[in-house]
Each structure stands twice: as C-alpha cells, then as structure tokens.
Design a protein. Sequence first.
Length: 201
Amino acid sequence: MLKIAKKNISLAQENTAFYLRHTKSISKKSYTMDLIRDMYMNDSDYFIQNKNNDKKTKVIEFNARFGDPETQVLIPRLKTPLAQLLYKAATGNLIDSVLEWRDESAVTVVLAANGYPSEVKTGDEISNLNSVDGVTIFHAGTKNDGTLRSSGGRVLTITGLGSDLTEARDKAYRTISQIKLEGSFYRNDIALNASIAEKGN
C-alpha cells in the first residue's frame, strides 16, 4: 500500500492540510489483509492516503468512493480485475487475494466547472475529449442529452500513466488542456514538485 500511494499523486495528496482527519502514526505492518478485508466487508472500497513526514508514515484520510480522484488515480494501475475483487469482497473470499499493479506512475488532474466550489454553472457543452495513449478520462459531473454537458462541480478527472511522474503528468495535462468547457479550470501544479524531486533536481 505504501508503494502504491507513493506512485500516485492526486489533488487531495497535494492539499493534505485540508484533509487532516483520522490521523495516527502507523507502520508498514499495520497494512494487513485483515485490515483490508474488514474495510471491504463494510461494503466500501478504501484508498488509504499516506503522508511521509520525518521518516514516519501517517494515515491522513480514508476514502470510500469510486467518484473520488484518490480512487481514480489508482484504478488505471490495477492489473487484477476489479470485478473479481468486488465479487470476492461481496462473498467474503477476499482474504487470500493478491493485488497486482502496473509499475507505471499515475497523475490525476480534476477539471472543475465554472463557479466551483460555490455556485456551480451547469449545462454547458463539453467537447474535445481527445485522450492520448495512456490516459483515462473519468466522468464525474457530466450528462448526455444528445450533447455532452456539465452537471456538477468536479466535471472530469484525467489520469495519465507514464514511466515516471513527469511522463504521467505530461499526458494528463496534454489531455485536459484540449478539453473545451466554458469557464472551466484546473490546477496547474499537480505533481509538479514530486516530479522534479523524482528527477533529483
């Protein structure tokens, strides 16, 4: 889990000051199949978000929704069929499961609607969803009435996969920069510091 979390950079991971709840010191040994099984048996999928500080790892948030960027940044790296895991969780047979992950890094960027997070403007047309290879586009606040339109604050999540954070980040931003939605916006600094640090600069 720790290795997985380090490979994935999302909006919440770079804004940890706003997510400091359920915080406690943990060790690698705390991540047991019993813990994961208990989470799944409570009918939720959990992303365990970690923050490394002074060589200590702390849990800063437990997320339990597929609609969150924290989950959407993990799914493209999962090699084990998700449906298989969900079935095993539902039938109480998850305990012996071994998750397989792609070795790539992942970066997720959220496209937000005009006015987010307060008075969100909805109903605007979305176009130019031209994904590059290695990019997954998750629909969050969209609807299709014959034309793809915005229907919520967090409209799309763009996840790029690459051999390192720089490549993954480049793919995500190349894709999101082409999308047309009037008044929409996105952060420009997701994974920037991490990608620089990864290169040793």
